[in-house]
Design a protein around this ligand. Structure first.
Ligand code: GAL
Length: 965
């Protein structure tokens, strides 16, 4: 092979053009009566280090690939043992010199030999379709070079009928990890080369369907739907349920039930041309901008959305249908009504599911050039005419593929690509091709090209100003609706502050909701670490665990953030009713379209957390936006105690996405308040015979230090004030945040290494008082801390008084006590549960009696950090102790110390504490916190709001201990 022909093989890699030889984009449909052959499966594979290491002779029929390895298609070769994944947020992992790419350019040659099925029609043509290849592919069939393409998450088709043989077809695909296209695909995710979506051979009969556009609008004033299917190849459109039988291009107007995300009514139809019948699933709906709002079918919608990257912990972005369905079901079950397909068009089957189950979709183009921010956006491809054809190609491939989905209600140009003429060209093309959907792009701050004002991570205060219309800005923008296309950064513990955003969205019409960042942690299943994140593959540049910022853990189990979000966005609000009425429930329908007839309501009363009475509650089928006050049966009679009512809204019947009885929403209110524990101080501290111990009721103390040793038979170690928590990702904050990265400030101050100096141990008539000063080395500030112990003989009461000394300019991470117990397994408590909660993530915490194990209390954040607190705990039992709070407290218990948690990088670093490493016999560490600092979402967004700050100020709180024997 000569040098010249080798160059021919690789020149396209660094060419800004979208490709050559491919068919024009067209509508995607899931099936038809034309035959197709999936070419998914095991392919022969050879990996080279550079684009030109091997010539193209492998594409010739007869080539012997016997010594090649194999990979599964769809798949990424780096997740199949060949090379490694790389994670960067916005940095290009190669020198920025567009459109040049590095010499080290992992290149995967893929080979597949296939026979046609015996009944493959002899007539007609055939198309070979690739649904997604990262980042650049050249394709040969039976030795003929078909062409090449870029645009990783977009479909590409070739005409191949003339090349097919009945048997022994040789399909060869050369895939380069890096190409000019990589400059347009700088999304915050793993770089994962490969043929990662389906490869299909499609028979194209004579007079088959080519491109078609289903226009199905809904007139909310008349209740009529109008269907018109424009088709490149003329034919007929039938919709039996609507008695529609019209020619393509002809409109038909009939009464219909409209499609919405809440009521996803689809009508089955058929588009039939001379050579092909394509099933259609038609949803009638009209999206418009009117009165400055996004309206569907005449009503404004509120997006309760998530950003969804495609992710599977073993398969990367090669998702199977079950996983896609699981995502949709999980979203529906957690009250999510919208998805932004960040930051590329998803596998097409995902949109079929969104149509079917009902989700509003912002379909985003495969475009991000974020890395150019490092050079002030100089040479940004979106502002360089040479790249415009590639941008237009990407826009067209998205719109043409996905235009027939009722779920798609907005197009998005892409993400974080700066601004430029290329984006404007895309916007003009999209507006022209599909005026029926508004256009989104967050980077267009003045909304010159877009139809909605969109921002990411704007702080609550600014969002409120925008809601009030006080944000000024370009004239055009002022008249537009607002969405937060990203907010609530779900990295690690959090996000905090979701409820506060939701209140704003509900208060101001202009605020049409938002999309939490993001759906799932992109952790990669890994033998070494459980789940790997950036840096775990030795990348020279990486962004660590910033890739694990989802509402789902990598295995798709919901994180507390998702449980919180579900509660915050519930479609029905259930709250305490009118004034002075303990037993009236106000129910509000927060949906945009559906009434409440799909829901059944149940009431119950809890006394001291135990349900004592329950029944069905009759709630009118309120229309969207309506409220009603509903009277509950009178509260239970009897000895009483703290009493709550709890009302739940459940699915009244099975739905496509959850069974009857699934809890959609709930509310709880106090009917009779709690009586705090009272422990008369009847006992007096007694010094033991040897003088080294003091006994007070059931407790034994060290006489010299005042340290608690035992309560009854339960040994207690290291009980003392604790202010440290293993900083969360949100405590640490993103590196670009200024001033308030408290995780770092706390560490700088030394809050993780507080010293405890006992100043006095005083035994009086009725109390043992231990005075201490708690302070970090090198600092003058501290916390004067007094522990006052009293007892009634059986119970032991500890009152902790804390007085800050010096100039505390930072909030405290937590304020409470911690101690070690030799062992504990089962935990029982009366308080908030079942899951974790912190001051600004506590919406979903329901007061009841709960049981868990110590291990079950842990939240497995991929990067270990503070987790697992239970809120509003009245009392808890564990390890032989009963602890009651005055007032309620936050309970955390784990088999390691906060310091060990803080030091861990992966969950596999956490091993249960042993006598040797904790310096004591403690097997379980318990934190009883009077207060916690809020969580916020400062890993990319605002920190905790001021009302969730834990300020250092004089504070007093108590716990009552008794041994449970
Ligand atoms: C946004 C970006 C996302 C992701 C997020 C942080 O700026 O659009 O792709 O990087 O920040 O996780």
């Amino acid at each position: 092979m000569s040098f010249r022909s080798r160059r021919t093989v690789t020149d396209h890699v660094e060419d800004v053009s979208p490709g050559s030889g491919v068919l024009p984009p067209r509508a995607r449909y899931a099936s038809s009566d034309a035959m197709s052959l999936s070419l998914n499966g095991s392919w022969r594979f050879r990996l080279s280090r550079t684009a030109d290491a091997e010539d193209d002779s492998f594409a010739e029929p007869g080539y012997d690939a016997g010594d090649w390895t194999e990979v599964t298609v769809p798949g990424h070769w780096v997740l199949q043992g060949h090379g490694s994944p790389i994670y960067t947020n916005h940095l290009y992992p190669f020198p920025v010199d567009p459109p040049r790419v590095p010499t080290e350019n992992p290149t995967g040659d893929h080979l597949r030999v296939f026979d046609l099925p015996a009944d493959w029609p002899a007539d007609g043509d055939a198309a070979l379709r690739f649904d997604g290849v990262e980042s650049c592919a050249r394709v040969w069939l039976n030795g003929t070079d078909l062409g090449e393409f870029k645009g990783s998450r977009l479909p590409h088709e070739f005409t191949v009928g003339h090349l097919l043989r009945p048997a022994g077809n040789v399909l060869a695909v050369r895939v380069h990890q890096w190409s000019a296209g990589s400059y347009l695909e700088d999304q915050d995710q793993w770089w994962l080369p490969g043929i990662f979506r389906d490869v299909t051979l499609l028979h194209r009969p004579a007079a088959c369907v080519q491109d078609f556009f289903v226009h199905a609008s809904y007139d909310h004033a008349t209740g009529a739907g109008t269907l018109r299917v424009d088709s490149d190849v003329a034919g007929r459109v039938t919709v039996p349920a609507l008695d529609i039988d019209v020619a393509t291009g002809e409109p038909a107007t009939v009464p219909v039930r409209p499609w919405t995300a809440e009521t996803p009514v689809l009508y089955d139809g058929v588009l039939a041309t001379g050579g092909e019948r394509v099933p259609l699933r038609i949803g009638f709906r009209t999206v418009e901008l009117s009165d400055g709002l996004i309206k569907v079918n005449g009503r404004p919608v509120l997006f309760k959305g998530v950003n969804r990257h495609e992710w599977h912990p073993e398969k990367g972005r090669a998702l199977d249908l079950d996983t896609m369905r699981e995502d949709v079901l999980l979203m529906k079950r957690h009250n999510i009504n919208a998805v932004r397909t960040s930051h590329y068009p998803p596998h097409p089957a995902f949109l079929d599911l969104c149509d079917e189950y009902g989700l509003w979709v912002i379909d985003e183009c495969d475009l991000e050039t974020h890395g150019f921010v490092e050079q002030d956006w100089r040479d940004n491809p979106v502002d360089d005419d040479r790249w415009t054809p590639a941008l237009l190609d990407r826009a067209a491939r998205m719109v043409e593929r996905d235009k027939n989905h009722p779920s798609v209600v907005m197009w998005s140009l892409g993400n974080e690509a700066g601004t430029g003429r290329g984006l404007t060209a895309m916007a003009e093309w999209i507006h022209g091709r599909d005026p029926s959907r508004p256009l989104h792009y967050e980077g267009d701050r003045d909304c010159r090209d877009t139809d909605v004002y969109s921002r990411m991570y704007a702080f609550h205060e600014e969002v409120e100003r925008i809601g009030e219309g006080l944000d000024g800005g370009a004239h055009r923008r002022r008249g537009l609706p607002f969405i937060l296309c990203e907010y609530g950064h779900a990295m690690g513990n959090g996000p905090g502050g979701l409820a506060d955003y939701q209140r704003l969205f509900e208060r101001y019409d202009r605020l049409q909701g938002g999309f939490v960042w993001e759906w799932i942690d992109h952790g990669i299943k890994d033998d070494r670490y459980g789940y790997a994140y950036g840096g775990d593959f030795g990348e020279e540049l990486h962004d660590g665990n910033f890739v694990c910022d989802g509402l789902l853990f990598p295995d798709r189990s919901p994180s507390p953030g998702l449980i919180e979000y579900k509660k915050v966005i519930e479609p029905v609000r259930i709250e305490g009713g009118g004034e002075g009425s303990d037993s009236t429930v106000r129910v509000t329908n927060l949906q945009d379209f559906a009434d409440l007839s799909a829901l059944a309501f149940e009431w119950s009363y809890q006394v001291e957390g135990e349900t004592v009475e329950a029944g069905a509650l009759s709630v009118p089928a309120l229309a969207p936006g309506e409220s009603a006050d509903v009277k509950l049966p009178g509260p239970p009679e009897g000895p009483g105690g703290e009493t709550h009512w709890t009302v739940r809204a459940l699915l009244a019947a099975d739905t496509a996405w959850a069974p009857k009885g699934h809890v959609v929403a709930w509310g709880q209110a106090v009917v009779a308040p709690r009586t705090p524990p009272s422990v008369p101080a009847t006992e007096r501290p007694v010094r033991g015979p040897a003088g080294d111990l003091i006994t007070l009721g059931p407790a034994v103390f060290d006489a010299r230090t005042g340290a608690l040793r035992r309560v009854g038979e339960v040994e207690v170690t290291g009980l003392r004030l604790d202010v440290w928590r293993a900083p969360t990702d949100n405590d640490d904050g993103a590196e670009w945040q200024t001033g308030t990265r408290y995780g770092l400030l706390w560490r700088r101050l030394g809050l993780h290494r507080m010293r405890h100096r006992p100043d006095a141990v005083e035994a009086s008539e009725d109390a043992l008082t231990v005075r201490t000063r708690v302070a970090p080395a090198a600092r003058e500030l501290g916390l004067a801390t007094v522990y006052r112990w009293t007892s009634d003989g059986e119970r032991l009461r500890l009152t902790v008084s804390v007085s800050p000394e010096g100039d505390w300019t930072v909030p405290l991470p937590r304020l409470g006590i911690r101690f070690g117990l030799s062992a504990a397994d089962e935990v029982r408590w009366y308080g908030g549960g079942p899951g974790e909660a912190y001051p600004d993530t506590r919406s979903a915490s329901l007061v009841a009696r709960w049981d868990a194990t110590v291990d079950g209390l842990q939240t497995p954040y991929v990067r270990p950090q503070e987790n697992g607190a239970r809120a509003d705990v009245r009392w808890a039992r564990l390890g032989g102790l009963r602890i009651e709070g005055d007032p309620e407290f936050w309970l955390t218990a784990r088999r390691w110390t906060s310091e060990q948690l803080d030091a861990a990088r992966h969950l596999t670093d956490l091993t249960p504490a042993t006598a040797s490493d904790s310096g004591s016999a403690a097997g379980v560490w318990v934190n009883l916190d009077h207060a916690q600092h809020g969580i916020g979402s400062q890993s990319c967004g605002p920190g905790p709001l001021p009302q969730y700050f834990l300020r250092a100020e004089p504070t007093e709180f108590s716990f009552v201990f008794s041994a449970t024997g």
